[in-house]
Design a protein around this ligand. Structure first.
Ligand code: GLY
Length: 368
């Protein structure tokens, strides 16, 4: 497996500039990534099974958009992953609202849904938006009606444990409201009856309320023929204001691909990414010659530099949140970067599925 030299990357970057990429009728430039070297799938660390599935599908001849959506579907269907799909943490009213986006390199089309309720696989609905409509993004009630028309079944996405996590957060929010905090309730004098089918949920609830969780799954794939697709799916920020949409369904922010260059996606604080359109930036930086890791790191550094609000900055120059980026280049090179040390991402190629370490902006782990 050969990596392009720095000189190759510079030559490709200047060739791209000379050829005027994107001008109608002009030949598409050859990026160094065009030296394709095999199928690869990349995902956020929780997407290890997604990379395995997507890799199986692209090597079996499936379209890369189907491959990434079917990979992500495994995580959406898993009720133990509280960041996405069935069992995702709900909004402040206790209702699960999902966002997802899929982009298809060969057609440069995208499809997305936001604030979608009652459908566990928003990435599959997003793929229908991409394939069966002239639109890019459907939201809320319109997205749900579209999903019904496409044959998706509605269900309650709140599991017993996420309902109880929500209740713990809601009850412990304030001492001023009429719901008693955990430490304000009197101990019962005997055992408390819990229906057997609810006990498993109770066992999984954490001792302290979850504050803000912004987990998500991203997966991108390149086929043996060099075609690319990418997908991001999430239940978004836990306890969000109903109707809040994060970065995941916004093309260029939480997900982006260019069939001539590569793909990128993100997980973490969506608001920080929305203001920087980092996935688009990462793909553009790879197109100008950066490696996937360098491009992810540069996007992460920009997010830190553009974080101006005092409440989000710490005195030592770090920030109060995390954001993670994942990138896949046309030639099969891949990388990831996070704000804090210790992050990782998932990869599957001919060597199998595995977790790889991510680069980081800060040289320390995120404070607890
Ligand atoms: N990155 C997921 C979100 O903020 O909604």
């Amino acid at each position: 497996m050969t990596h392009p030299s720095r000189r190759d990357l510079l030559v490709a970057a200047s060739a791209a500039a000379v050829l005027g990429r994107g001008v109608v009728g002009a030949p598409r430039p050859r990026h160094t990534g065009d030296a394709h070297r095999g199928a690869v799938c990349v995902a956020s660390a929780n997407g290890l099974p997604a990379t395995r599935r997507a890799y199986e599908l692209v090597t079996d001849g499936y379209d890369p958009a189907d491959a990434v959506v079917q990979g992500v579907r495994i995580i959406e269907d898993d009720p133990s992953d509280t960041s996405v799909g069935l069992g995702g943490l709900p909004n402040e009213d206790g209702i699960v609202e999902l966002d997802a986006c899929v982009m298809h390199g060969p057609t440069h089309k995208c499809g997305a849904v936001a604030s979608l309720q009652n459908i566990r696989n928003p990435a599959m609905v997003a793929l229908h938006v991409l394939r069966r409509t002239d639109h890019c993004l459907l939201v809320g009630e319109g997205a749900l009606r579209f999903a019904r028309q496409m044959g998706f079944q509605e269900e309650n996405l709140l599991t017993e444990s996420t309902r109880l996590e929500w209740l713990k957060w809601r009850e412990n929010m304030s001492r001023e409201d009429d719901r008693l905090n955990d430490d304000e309730r009197d101990e019962p004098v005997g055992k408390v009856w819990v229906d057997p089918d609810r006990r498993a949920g109770l066992d999984r609830v954490r001792a302290r309320p979850i504050q803000h969780q912004t987990g998500t799954v991203h997966c991108s794939a390149i086929t043996p023929a060099g075609d690319i697709a990418s997908c991001t799916s999430t239940s978004g920020l836990s306890w969000k204001i109903p109707g809040r949409v994060g970065d995941s369904p916004i093309i260029g922010a939480g997900n982006y691909c260019d069939n001539n260059i590569g793909a990128a996606g993100s997980t973490g604080r969506g608001e920080a990414n929305l203001a920087n359109l980092s996935s688009f930036l990462i793909v553009e930086l790879m197109g100008r010659g950066m490696t996937p890791t360098e491009a992810c790191l540069e996007a992460a550094r920009r997010v830190v530099a553009n974080t101006k609000e005092h409440r989000l900055r710490r005195a030592d120059g770090t920030v109060t949140f995390d954001l993670k980026f994942y990138a896949l280049r046309k030639d099969g090179a891949f990388g990831g970067a996070t704000l804090w040390k210790g992050g990782s991402f998932a990869v599957c190629d001919e060597r199998g599925a595995r977790i790889e370490p991510a680069a980081s902006v800060f040289d320390i782990a995120a404070p607890e």
